[in-house]
Design a protein around this ligand. Sequence first.
Ligand code: GLC
Length: 420
Amino acid sequence: MGVSLGKVERFQERRFGMFVHWGAYALAARGEWVRNREQLTDEHYQRYVDHFDPDLYDPAAWVAQAEAAGMRYGVITAKHHDGFCLWDTPDTGYRAGRDLIGPFLDALRDRGLGAGLYYSLIDWHHPQFPIDGLHPLRANPSAGRDIAVYRDYLHRQVRDLLTRYGRIDQLFLDFSYVGHVHEGEVVWGGKGAADWGSPELLAMIRELQPEILVNDRLDIPGDVVTPEQYQPSGPITVDGRPVLWEACQTLNGSWGYDRENRDFKSVGMLVRMLVDTVSKDGNLLLNVGPNARGEIDPASAGILRGIGRWMRLHQRSIHGAGPSAYTPPPDCRYTQRGDRLYLHLFAWPFDSVHLSGLAGRLEYCQFLHDGSEIRHEITDPDRPAYATRPAGQQPGTVTLELPVRPPDVEVPVIEIFLRP
Ligand code: GLC
């Protein structure tokens, strides 16, 4: 993947980021694909553009919520598929009345967080973007649209974004769909590398921002593989080699604000997704969809606070941590950071847990949330089970003694100090 270590280490040190999907669709409040799903005309959608006025927008408050949740970088949508731009781009009037992107990036940097951008390759508003099976006007496709004109516009906008805001750590381009299946049907007129001019675009991006990480949706290889709304079964590899990856996940299934959608994931589930991701050497980019006034809705804010309560006590098992060579017990995950091994218990095993391969390696261990000692023993493998005493474990196994009741944290974690 040819990227210098610095940016990879920074990315992997951070592990957890905030994805922000925001734009004119927040007014419709039915998710960011509302124009596609309801096949809305430009005229209909224009009401959301005309009334877009986020008077309560306070990027420092969003970033403070992200940081308190344990997030160490942010990625915001500069333009989504609807073509509406959140910065004062000189290339179209289809934009917010003022630059909403710069203040968010500044707020991230003010707190030492990484700064990233999302930019949609798809544009349902641009008059030269050829209509295809995903386009809102797909029922009455007008011919004679010139992708080359749109491509120039796309390259100009990306150049502008990567020139005016200083160093950008990450660029999430979205998405290519040649031969793509959407709602059970192959999308006609799907677009990819030739349509976007991907090789030239990527070369320009690298020239403007040598320290940037670009995702994998240009229809040519990027730096970061981006699984979406699922958890990979293990570390992701390409041609047998491990690659950088970042799972992007929603709080309720929708990226954009979706007022009636109450399908929120629990704090516990999201913490387990974060741990699972890091245990498989990935990053988690967790999304919020602020509303049209410019605020993160109370339910989403509450979930971020809940994750933050766990991260305040456990962040060192996430930031700068990664996979371990040891095999965890059932219903558990390991993350490791140097000589510290973190056992995350997704299900409470009650009484004891057996760690294979750690005999002689484990120097000391404690609950991470309160620093209290966890006693352990190496049992004689031939010891028979008798009354309250369990049978001996496989050679090389260390048995940890646990309390009957789990500690009152979303995911209990035991910090293991390994011998050098
Ligand atoms: C998909 C969705 C898009 C969203 C993106 C985030 O491409 O279509 O709306 O922005 O995923 O990963």
